[in-house]
Write a protein that binds this ligand. Structure first.
Ligand code: T5A
Length: 226
């Protein structure tokens, strides 16, 4: 978790913003560019990833993404994701929002619906009930879903040269179900927005900034002197 350098406490209003999308969609890249923007605006923020963001969450991330010979039951995967989220909400998100900071999160509950619900085929209503317990009902202010074909995201990751983790190893059939899941989920949630992630990183970033400035001008609009 990194704290922003903007020092104008009290100017910005706390917002919980989540970046979502299939592997290689560009979430990390866009959070880095959004962080630079918030620095320039003088908005205080924290960034964090899921699963992770806390000591216990990072330990759970290691358990979840490591390759395992005997496989991991889908229910175990779900419960571990939610165990990490319970700590993330209580140790990272709520304290930051209470301190008046923006939270930029790399994944949150839409990932669970898309991966464990649509990807693994677990019952969406059961996932929703358990997720609500883990989050204590906390919802993001906006969920920005970077949309691109799963094969394009996988190709970007291959170009990057990073080794595929356990979930990335599920292949493009699984990841395409996840992608379709995201598209259906966005259609059913007023806080979620679909963004074309096939554009250049700069083009995607322009769209995200326009969207956030339009949705929350009191937080993200350029102010005199910033
Ligand atoms: N998971 C997570 C669940 O199953 N359930 C859950 O509830 C949660 C919370 C987490 C894994 O856990 C699963 C999902 C995941 O499988 P992760 O590290 O968060 O893993 O997920 P990844 O999506 O694998 O993260 P990546 O860092 O690999 O992907 P990003 O962040 O989307 O992409 P980024 O920015 O690193 O970019 C990837 C490459 O593409 C290039 C970048 O330079 C980089 O090389 N790139 C672009 N190239 C061209 N055009 C653009 N617009 C580009 N943007 C970036």
């Amino acid at each position: 978790m990194a704290a922003g350098t903007g020092a104008r406490l009290g100017v910005s209003r706390a917002r919980f913003i989540v970046l979502e999308g299939v592997e290689g969609a560009g979430k990390t890249t866009q959070i880095r560019l959004l962080s630079a923007w918030l620095d320039a605006l003088g908005v205080e923020y924290v960034t964090a990833r899921e699963p992770g963001g806390t000591e216990i969450g990072e330990a759970i991330r290691g358990l979840l993404l490591a390759h395992r010979e005997e496989g991991v039951p889908d229910e175990t995967e779900l419960l571990l994701m939610l165990a990490a989220r319970a700590a993330f909400v209580r140790r990272v998100v709520r304290p930051a929002l209470e301190a008046g900071r923006v939270v930029l999160a790399d994944r949150f509950d839409l990932s669970t619906f898309a991966y464990q619900g649509y990807g693994r085929g677990l019952d969406l209503e059961a996932v929703a009930r358990m997720n609500a317990f883990a989050t204590g009902g906390l919802r993001p202010d906006a969920v920005l879903v970077l949309d691109l074909p799963a094969s394009a995201g996988a190709a970007r990751q291959a170009d990057q040269g990073s080794e595929a983790d356990r979930i990335e190893n599920e292949g493009t059939g699984f990841l395409e179900r996840v992608r379709q899941g995201y598209r259906e989920l966005v259609a059913g949630r007023v806080d979620a927005h679909l963004i074309d992630a096939l554009d250049t990183p700069e083009g995607v970033q322009r769209r995200l900034r326009e969207l956030l400035s339009g949705l929350f001008p009191e937080t993200f609009a350029v102010r005199e002197g910033s």
